[in-house]
Design a protein around this ligand. Structure first.
Ligand code: PSZ
Length: 473
C-alpha cells in the first residue's frame, strides 16, 4: 500500500485558518495555568522576515500534496501559547487574527493539551497523491464535485484563463461563468444531504422532499440476484443493462448541454440497501468514464477504512487506475478526499473553508492506522467476515422464508428479510436479546461491526439470531 502524509506535523500550516491549536506543550504546568500570567509570552520577538526560510521549505513540501498557495507561513504549535503564535523560524507574534477567529482560549492552553503524538503516515489509494481534509462525508463529496467541475472547465479552456464574461456571470449564477455541468449518479445511491450531494442521493424520498435540485443524470444500479452462482447469466445481463444506460445518459446529457463532468459511485451502495455489483461492473464503469472524459469519483465514506477486508473497498476491483478522486469519512475519523495531481485546483482558495477538517482527528486516524497494521485487523476482518457470512448462509438454508440474498465482503455483510415489517421486528427482537443491528434499503439488515469484531463475536450473534429465527412468529 502506498503511503503518504495525511496529517500535518505539529508545525502546522497557517493558512488563514487554524490547523491545530491543541498541541504538546508539556513543559507548561497543567495545574497552575492561567492564561494571562503563566501562560503567555511578554511580547513579540522577531528573528526573520515572515515567511522565513524554514516556512518556505515546508510550503514547498506541502505544495507537493495539495495546492498550498494559501499558506502564509508555518506555525510551531509546540512553542505557541496564549495570545502568541510562534512560527517555525522562531518568530513570536501577538496573534490578533487567531486563525480567522477560531481560537477560543489561545494556543496550547494546558487544559486542552493532551497526549500528542507525531502524526503517522496513512494509506493513500493507488495513484491519488493529493489530499484535502474535510469535516464530514457530505462536505468531502461536495468539494470533490467542485474539484471535478473546475478540472473539467480547465480541460475545456486549455491554456486560456477565465474570460471577463465568465467572471461576471459567475457572480450572478449564470452561464458561462456557472456552466451547466452535471455529475452522474446511481439510483439507490447515498452521497450526503447537502445541496449538491443531495442531487446525487437517491436512497429515500424523505431525504429529498421539498429541496430544489439539479437535473443531473441518474443511472440504474444493478439489482443482483442471489445466490450469485445460480444467476451468473442474468446478473451479467443486468450489469450490462445498467452500463448501457450510463453511456446513453452521458450522450443524452451532453446533447442537452448538461455535460457529465464526473460519475460518482459507492463500491457497495450502503444506505440504499447494501447493493453490490461485480468487480467487472466497476472495471467497465471506470472505462466508460475514461472513454467519455468524465472524472471517476469513488465514494468510500462508508466502505473505506478496512471493513471489507481491504483498506479501501475499491482495491477489490484489482484495477491499475481505479479512481480519479476518492472521498472518505466515518471510520477514517476525519473526512476528506484523495485525488490525482491533475485535479489540483489551479489557484488557492478554490477549495477551502475554515477548518478543512479537524486536525486533532488526524492524530486519531494516525493511531487507528497504526493499530490496524500492528494487529493485522484487515486479516481479522476477512476471517471474522467469513465466519459471519458462512453462518448467515447456513441460517438462510434453514430459514429461506425469513432470510434471503445473503451477501457481503469482509464484515460488510447483509441479508434481506421478506418485508420491511419483518426486518424491523428482527431489529427490535435482536436488540432486546442484546444485539444492536441496523437496517438499510427497504428490507435489508446490514452488519457494520468494528474492525475488532472477531470470529467468536460472529458466533455469539449467530447463536442468538438462530434462536430468534426458531421462535419467530
Ligand atoms: O441519515 C443520514 O444522514 C446518514 S445514515 C448514513 C449516512 C448518512 N452515511 C453517510 C454517507 C455515506 O454513507 C456515503 C456512502 N457517502 C456520504 C455520506 C455522507 O456523510 P456525512 O453523513 O458524514 O455527511
Amino acid at each position: 500500500m502506498a503511503s503518504m502524509l495525511l496529517s500535518r506535523q505539529l508545525t502546522c500550516a497557517v493558512q488563514q485558518n487554524c490547523r491545530l491549536f491543541v498541541s504538546g506543550c508539556r513543559s507548561i504546568s497543567q495545574v497552575a495555568a492561567k492564561i494571562d500570567v503563566d501562560f503567555d509570552y511578554d511580547g513579540p520577538l522577531m528573528k526573520t522576515e515572515v515567511p522565513g526560510p524554514r516556512s518556505r521549505e515546508l510550503m514547498k513540501q506541502l505544495n507537493g500534496i495539495q495546492n498550498a498557495e494559501s499558506v502564509h507561513f508555518f506555525c510551531n504549535y509546540n512553542e505557541s501559547r496564549g495570545n502568541y503564535l510562534v512560527d517555525v523560524d522562531g518568530n513570536r507574534m501577538l496573534d490578533l487574527y487567531s486563525q480567522i477567529s477560531s481560537l477560543p482560549i489561545g494556543y496550547s492552553h494546558p487544559a486542552l493539551v493532551k497526549l500528542v503524538q507525531q502524526p503517522q503516515n496513512v494509506v493513500a489509494p493507488k495513484g491519488l497523491s493529493q489530499i484535502v481534509t474535510m469535516s464530514c462525508g457530505s462536505c468531502s463529496n461536495e468539494n470533490a464535485f467542485k474539484t471535478i467541475f473546475m478540472w473539467y472547465r480547465n480541460k475545456e479552456r486549455g491554456q486560456t484563463g477565465a474570460t471577463k464574461e465568465e467572471l461576471e456571470t459567475c457572480m450572478i449564477n449564470q452561464y458561462p461563468g456557472c456552466p451547466d455541468y452535471s455529475i452522474l449518479s446511481f439510483m439507490g445511491a447515498f452521497h450526503g444531504r447537502t445541496m449538491g450531494c443531495l442531487a446525487t442521493t437517491h436512497s429515500k424520498a424523505i431525504h429529498k422532499l421539498d429541496i430544489p435540485s439539479f437535473d443531473w443524470p441518474i443511472a440504474p444500479f444493478p439489482r443482483l440476484k442471489y445466490p450469485l452462482e445460480e444467476f451468473v447469466k442474468e446478473n451479467q445481463q443486468e450489469e450490462a443493462r445498467c452500463l448501457e444506460e450510463v453511456e446513453d445518459l452521458i450522450v443524452k446529457y451532453r446533447k442537452k448541454k448538461k455535460t457529465v463532468a464526473g460519475i460518482v459511485v459507492e463500491p457497495i451502495q450502503s444506505e440504499g440497501g447494501d447493493n453490490h455489483a461485480s468487480d467487472d461492473f466497476f472495471k467497465k464503469l471506470r472505462d466508460i468514464a475514461r472513454k467519455h472524459g468524465c472524472a471517476f469519483l469513488v465514494d468510500e465514506v462508508q466502505t473505506g477504512g478496512g471493513c471489507t477486508g481491504k483498506f479501501w473497498a475499491h482495491e477489490h476491483w484489482g484495477l491499475d487506475d481505479p479512481a480519479d478522486v476518492m472521498t472518505f469519512s466515518k471510520k477514517m475519523m476525519t473526512g476528506g478526499f484523495f485525488h490525482k495531481e491533475e485535479f489540483r485546483p489551479n489557484a488557492p482558495y478554490r477549495i477551502f473553508n475554515t477548518w478543512l477538517g479537524d486536525p486533532s482527528k488526524n492524530l486519531l486516524i494516525a493511531e487507528v492506522i497504526n493499530v490496524i497494521k500492528r494487529e493485522d485487523l484487515l486479516s481479522n476482518v476477512t476471517h471474522a467476515g467469513k465466519a459471519l457470512l458462512t453462518g448467515l448462509m447456513d441460517l438462510q438454508a434453514r430459514y429461506p422464508h425469513l432470510i434471503s440474498r445473503v451477501r457481503g465482503r469482509g464484515t460488510f455483510c447483509s441479508f434481506d428479510a421478506p418485508d420491511e415489517t419483518t426486518r424491523n421486528k428482527f431489529i427490535l427482537t435482536a436488540r432486546n436479546k442484546g444485539v444492536v443491528l441496523g437496517g438499510c434499503g427497504d428490507r435489508s439488515i446490514r452488519f457494520r461491526p468494528t474492525l475488532v469484531f472477531r470470529d467468536h463475536h460472529a458466533h455469539l450473534f449467530l447463536n442468538i439470531f438462530s434462536d430468534i429465527l426458531a421462535d419467530f412468529k
